[in-house]
Ligand binder design. Structure first.
Ligand code: AHM
Ligand code: MG
Length: 341
């Protein structure tokens, strides 16, 4: 019971009652989501004690993108793989931490999972929020066949579930299966996620803009003009907006989901296609934000409609409240002919 004497609903109960609404459901997706919940609890425990167990700092190796891998990244990757291997429901995992596809023993598993097991890794050492992101697809080939990379190349509209875990002042899990967004808060004393909100809605417009402004000089003209617009005064549109940038996409987008506004990771001189990865960063968060009533765009079109060609491809992203994203798109369109300088 909570302070209002309402009975608390656990993540497990919630997933099962959602499944019961679909008489033909096999329970495979429910099991998969529960397995991710388990990985989240283990990662959360480790993140919280990282400072005292010498798990901070670099592991020494580099990941497939040439970035130095930290110990907690490796640990989180292992936990996700191990949790998703528990049932026979997942045939393949694609992780930010692994170059190719990770085939699981259950080659007849129905689902493929993309994950960024520990996003915002530059924030680990400084006690700032980080997160885990996941995105679930049904494989394209028959379950009797051996799954290939082709099974994993699907656009974001084909996601059957997606979500994230934020390891912040508390640990929260948010997920969608296409029927709205539900959030859960972890009670670490008993190791249980409890329902926080079963139908999160993002404000239509919000007073925050979230972008790494240090890259201002390498942005395209339309984006420079849009950020200046965010800083101008206009009471009707709540401007000037406040700038908030954590440097962990999960944490920045979580704020935008709850408070409204826009998160942007644009293309720039250093990142001509943006920095963030379409399949395990942009698509899952786009699915969540759209399900909450918001918008996610690459500047010109819906993120979920971007046609993937590579499991690790990058994509610019403008995500958040509908009106904020539409205004950003308007600026980009207006100054489209002026390229990134
Ligand atoms: P990571 O997967 O290596 O942690 O990189 C992704 C992170 C995002 O969480 C965040 O939005 C972005 O990188 C921050 O990048 P920058 O430091 O360029 O602003
Ligand atoms: Mg990442």
């Amino acid at each position: 019971m909570n302070q209002k004497n309402e009975r608390l609903i656990t993540l497990e109960e919630f997933i099962i009652s959602a499944q019961n609404r679909f008489p033909g459901a096999t329970g495979e997706l429910s099991q998969l989501l529960r397995d991710i919940g388990l990985a989240a609890k283990i990662i959360s425990r480790e993140v919280n004690k990282a400072g005292i167990t010498n798990i901070l700092g670099f592991e020494g190796s580099e990941n497939v993108h040439g970035e130095r891998v930290k110990k907690l990244d490796v640990f989180s990757n292992e936990q996700m793989i191990s949790a998703l291997s528990r049932s026979n429901n997942v045939c393949m995992i694609i992780s930010e931490e692994s170059d190719g596809i990770i085939r699981l023993k259950s080659s007849s598993g129905k689902y493929i999972v993309y994950t960024d097991p520990l996003d915002g890794s530059s924030n680990i050492d400084v006690n700032v929020s980080i997160g885990t992101i996941f995105s679930v697809y049904v494989r394209k080939s028959h379950r009797a066949d051996y799954p290939t990379i082709d099974d994993a190349i699907q656009d974001g509209l084909s996601q059957v579930a997606a979500g994230y875990v934020i390891y912040g002042s508390s640990t929260m899990l948010a997920y969608t299966t296409g029927l709205g967004v539900s959030t859960f808060t972890l009670d670490p004393s008993i190791g249980e996620f409890f329902l926080a909100d079963q139908d999160v809605k993002i404000p239509k417009m919000g007073p925050f803009y979230s972008i790494n402004e240090g890259s201002y000089n390498s942005w395209e003209q339309g984006l420079k003009k849009y950020v200046k617009y965010c800083q101008e005064e206009d009471k009707e549109t709540m401007r000037p907006y406040s700038a908030r940038y954590i440097g962990s996409m999960v944490a920045d987008v979580h704020r935008i989901l709850l408070k409204g506004g826009i998160f942007i990771y644009p293309r720039s001189k250093s990142y001509p296609n943006g920095k963030l990865r379409l399949m395990y960063e942009c698509n899952p968060l786009a699915f969540i934000i759209e399900q909450a009533g918001g918008k996610a765009s690459d500047g010109l079109k819906r993120i979920l409609e971007v046609k993937p060609t590579d499991i690790h491809q990058r994509c610019p992203i403008f995500i958040g409240s509908k009106e904020n994203v539409e205004m950003a798109e308007k600026f980009l369109k207006e100054y489209k002919e002026v390229p990134v300088s």
